[in-house]
Write a protein that binds this ligand. Structure first.
Ligand code: SAM
Length: 414
């Protein structure tokens, strides 16, 4: 089976670009992969063949029209097409080697390249586009990002790389950066190849490479190592914690419907420091993203009450060295506030944090006007430790954030 990519773009001439050369070029020639650029403009219906319009709500730039893009997607990816639909976007999940491998194992991809300010949100939701970012910077269009994604995918397709083993030790494949490389001459400008590499002792070479790889990763990308422990922890969902009125348990897919039904309440949103726009509705894809985020999180629980999803509670930023974490909690049903449910959830998590995880300190931040929450935290034993002045701009006014914390001995003594 060959990998089939269809690219929706306003610049079809940018394809196959560099992918027509070298390793990828040969894969395309052999038919291991195919790249078909399709011009979004071909699906415009007005006489000017327009594909973009001004942003709703005002502001700079233009936005790709949902109707034209949806018609283009439907034409190249009719019902039954099993290929994932990707949208290159700086707001997307960062592309990883693991996602690259997954894509390479599938039938291909339909890739939408954004331009201007981006794409109308409704087509992203209506056509189930997976937003993919290639890094924390902004390009002028999705085409170079699509070329990069395809480059990474094509090189791991079966038979594309000459020496298959050279793929599996590379950076990110093992969750770490790769060790340094050397080749002849033995001495270059007074610098020698490390002696172990000439020793002929394969075990010693492997150990040296593993140590160098770890050293480099620690120095340059400690986040990869942190990611590993998060991944390990993800394998084991957080334990269920049973209270009197509530149950704390890992999130599951079925929670999406309950989360969606609760939507966004103006007062609750304000307590988190945001504001609801007029007619702001909570979409299914937002609910899915929310529940997905909880499922990916190694220390996040759903607060279940009377058999239904009511809210979330998390321990974020866990620091094993200093044995501390940050607590975050949210109840989304305004009718259930003030009944002690949040307090019960916090006490269950604090007990778990101090007794089972052996943390020493749990802290949190809360907006100074959220007095109901502050009273609840105080009742759980949190003390005010300080304030970040004017940390949030809500309703056109600056508000302080209150920093609160509780230590293990304080919790045990209470
Ligand atoms: N207004 C957008 C924002 O701030 O998120 C940026 C739009 S950008 C100028 C135009 C298009 O380039 C995007 O729609 C996307 O397709 C592509 N693009 C830009 N940066 C990207 C990145 N880091 N990863 C993937 N695609 C990117």
């Amino acid at each position: 089976m060959s990998f089939r990519a269809t690219i929706l773009t306003l610049y079809p001439d940018m394809f196959p670009g560099h992918l027509g050369l070298s390793l990828a070029g040969r894969a395309l020639e052999r038919g291991d992969a195919s790249i078909e650029p399709v011009n979004i403009r071909d699906f415009a219906t007005d006489k000017h063949r327009s594909v973009d319009d001004t942003p709703a709500g005002g502001g700079a730039g233009m936005v790709l029209k949902p109707d034209v893009l949806a018609t283009a997607i439907d034409a190249v990816s009719p019902e039954g097409d099993m290929r994932p639909r990707l949208l290159m976007s700086p707001r997307g999940r960062p592309l990883t080697q693991a996602r690259v491998r997954e894509l390479a194992e599938g039938p291909g991809a339909v890739i939408v390249c954004g331009r201007f300010e981006g794409v109308d949100q409704r087509v992203i939701e209506a056509r189930g586009l997976e937003e993919v970012s290639i890094g924390d910077y902004v390009l002028s269009g999705g085409e170079p990002a699509a070329l990069i994604l395809l480059d990474a995918v094509i090189r791991v397709l079966p038979g594309v790389m000459g020496n298959a083993a050279s793929g599996t030790h590379e950076s990110f494949e093992t969750g770490m950066l790769e060790h340094p490389h050397y080749t002849r001459p033995q001495v270059f400008e007074g610098r020698e190849i490390p002696a172990v590499l000439a020793s002929g002792n394969h075990k010693a070479v492997d150990e040296w490479r593993a140590a160098e790889s770890l050293k480099l990763t620690r120095a340059r990308r400690p986040d990869l190592l942190a990611g590993q422990s998060a991944k390990e922890a993800r394998g084991k969902p957080p334990p269920q914690l049973q209270g009197e009125q509530i149950l704390l348990r890992p999130a599951r897919e079925q929670d999406v419907a309950d989360r969606l039904a609760l939507g966004r309440d103006r007062e609750i949103v304000q307590m988190f420091g945001s504001e609801l726009a007029e007619n702001d509705s909570y979409s299914r894809s937002e609910a899915e993203r929310f529940i997905d985020g909880l499922r990916q999180h190694p220390h996040a629980w759903v607060i279940e009450h009377e058999g239904r999803f009511l809210g979330e509670i998390r321990l974020d930023d866990i620091d094993r060295q200093h044995r501390r974490a940050r607590l975050a909690v949210g109840l989304f049903d305004p009718g259930k506030l003030g009944q002690g449910l949040g307090r019960e959830a916090i006490m269950l998590v604090l007990k778990h944090a101090f007794a089972k995880m052996r943390l020493h300190r749990v802290d949190l931040r809360v907006l100074s006007y959220n007095t109901r929450a502050i009273r609840c935290y105080q009742a759980c034993g949190f003390r005010e430790e300080g304030r970040e002045r004017q940390a949030a701009l809500v309703g056109g006014k600056w508000h302080d954030d209150v920093i609160m914390g509780i230590l293990a001995p304080e919790f045990r003594a209470a």
